[in-house]
Design a protein around this ligand. Sequence first.
Ligand SMILES: C[S@@+](CC[C@H](N)C(=O)[O-])C[C@H]1O[C@@H](n2cnc3c(N)ncnc32)[C@H](O)[C@@H]1O
Length: 366
Amino acid sequence: MHLLELGGRDDAFAAYEATSAATGVRRIAPGLAVANAVVPERARGLAYTHRASELVGRTDADLEAARTLLEAAPIDREGSVAVRAADVRGSTGISTSEAERTLGGVLVDRGFSVDLEEPDHVLRVAFSEGVLDVGADEEVTDGRGDLLEPAEGAGGESAGERVSVCALGWLEAESVRDFGTRAPTDKPFFQPGSMDPMLARAVANLACARPGRTLLDPMCGTGGVLVEAGLVGADVVGTDAQEKMALGARENLAHYLERDDPSPTGVPRGSWAVGRGDATRLPLKDGAVDGVVFDAPYGRQSKIETHRLEDLVAGALAETRRVADRAVVVADRSWAAPAMEAGWELEATFERRVHRSLTRYVLVLE
Ligand SMILES: C[S@@+](CC[C@H](N)C(=O)[O-])C[C@H]1O[C@@H](n2cnc3c(N)ncnc32)[C@H](O)[C@@H]1O
């Protein structure tokens, strides 16, 4: 069993993204989830999961209970250790420095040496309290599309109840937090309406971006999604109706994906190709790609070439259905009805509030 420390404010979305790197993901407390198995190299590329650890055990959010748990836990490791504690979202008020001292003391008593700079093993300790708001109708599925049960809290609480959790785990993988270096305004080519790199990474992951897979963004704009998909190893293909965008996306992709330095996520960067094209008439064979992501124009922000917005989205949904079995659509409204008319099944939907006048809808289609 593994512990996932989630980031951001939307745990349902974070846990869902984590299913691209883990199986059997269940939320156990605000900001925390557990999983049956984790692929560490994929976890390093997650946007909304900060860490994955091999779960030692979990108890209530109480330092004495955590101490007892660690004293009794089997540990088949050798070498130096460091304990790093977190009070998730400040929800418990527990002193993390006291937790680190106390639990470090337990490990010293068990024969380990402490090395805070370069430990052989890091013990993560996460305290979290609050309402576990896994909706009864929330459908979280794993990478194979199997429906996951709503999570149970430490004491077996059902959805919507208050939970109090302390989870202990040996750190296995940390996601690479370099998204700030790819802010849309810092890219070689910038246009208003570009997607934030964290959301771009998450939707790329949801569309199965990984080495050996090919991902298409048929309305690629500045190439924000393609850059993030390429950085986790997917081969990427983009089209945009505007010549200016296709040229700009090429500039961005060359800048981020054609480099000699090692890739930050540890997997080689994917190849890329971008051309000018109409998303409703893609120059691709049936089933040519593994996944599609598109960020539909918001009407007021993006120039819509030749189509009414409804026709553009309906046409793009039909074309993406022809070329792929999986798609993620991001938009300022839910396009669920036209997606189903185009033959897609709705695997999940999320609403992410960006600011007062913009909510982004994320539809995951199979
Ligand atoms: C919201 S933007 C995409 C932004 C992109 N995700 C980014 O990070 O830069 C939508 C894009 O759709 C493009 N577009 C509009 N009509 C299109 C069509 N018929 N075919 C392909 N692209 C189209 C626009 O030129 C625009 O770049």
